[in-house]
Design a protein around this ligand. Sequence first.
Ligand SMILES: [Zn+2]
Length: 297
Amino acid sequence: MAKLTRRDLLVGAGASLAVGSKALAGVPVAGKQVPSFYRSKLGDFELTVVSDGARPIPLPPRFVLNVPNEEVLKAAEAAYMPKGTVFAPFNPMVVNTGSKLVLIDTGYGPIAPTVGLLPQSLAAAGIDPKSIDIVLISHMHGDHINGIKNPDGSLAFPNAEIKVPAVDWAFWMDDANAAKAPEGFFKASFGFCRKIFGDLKTRVTIYQWGSEVAPGMTAIETAGHTPGHTSFAIQSGSSKLLFQGDVSNVPDPTLPLALPVLVQLHAGAGACWEAGFDVTQTKRNDATTFSGRMQVP
Ligand SMILES: [Zn+2]
C-alpha cells in the first residue's frame, strides 16, 4: 500500500475544500424564513408556542407609555433592530388541555414575506389545523385574527369554535366606529375585522371577562391596548401561566430597558393599562407570564 506523505494529505485537504466550496456556492439561497415552535409543560397541559414570524414595526407617538419613544428607539437600534423600528415577533400558542386543543390567536396571515408562517409552524410541530377545537382571540388586531382564514377565504381551522371578547367585538364590528376611524392603523384594523368576521357573525362565540373559555382557562380583563383586550389565566393543577396578549410589547432581554415596553393604543382606555400591567406581575398572581411578543424560548 502506498504511504501517504504530509504533502499528499495537504493536497488532498485542499482538493476537498475546493470541492466543498464549489458545492456550497451551487446551492440556491432559500429566500424564505423557516417554521419554528417551542414546546413545554404546564402541569398536565402541553404548551406549544408556534411562530407566525416577525417584522419591524415603526413606533407611532404614544405607542409606548412607560418609556419615551426616543429612548425605546435608541435601545432598539443598539440591539441591532432596523433604525426607527422595534422588531416584533408574533407568537400564537397551542394549549393541549388533554380534552381540548386550543389555539390562542392566529397571527398575521401572509400580508408580508416575514409573517404568516403559522400554518408551516403548526405543520412542523405535528399539529393538524383540523384538530384545533377552540380558537381563542385575545383581541381583534390584524396580527391576532388574520390567520383565522386561508388566503382563499376558507377557514384555516374548520372544526374550531372561534371565541372573541365581547367588548372588542362590540367596538370593532360597529359600523359607526369604523366610519370615523382615522386613516392608517385604525382604519386598517377595522378593515381586517370586516374581512375576517364579516361573514362569520353567526359562527363566532362571544365570551365575557371572568368566564372559563376553555378547560382551565379564564378570560381576564386587560383592556387598554384595545377596548376589549383580554389576557388568559391558564391553570393545570398548581401550575399557572398568564397569557398576556399585547399588554406589553417586545419585552426583549437584549433591549437595555429596565421595564418591559408597554403598549396602549386605544385613546379612550385611560388608566386601564395600569390594571393590565398589575395583572401581569407574576408575583401577585403566582404565575409565569407569557406574551405573544416574547422571544421564544
Ligand atoms: Zn394588538
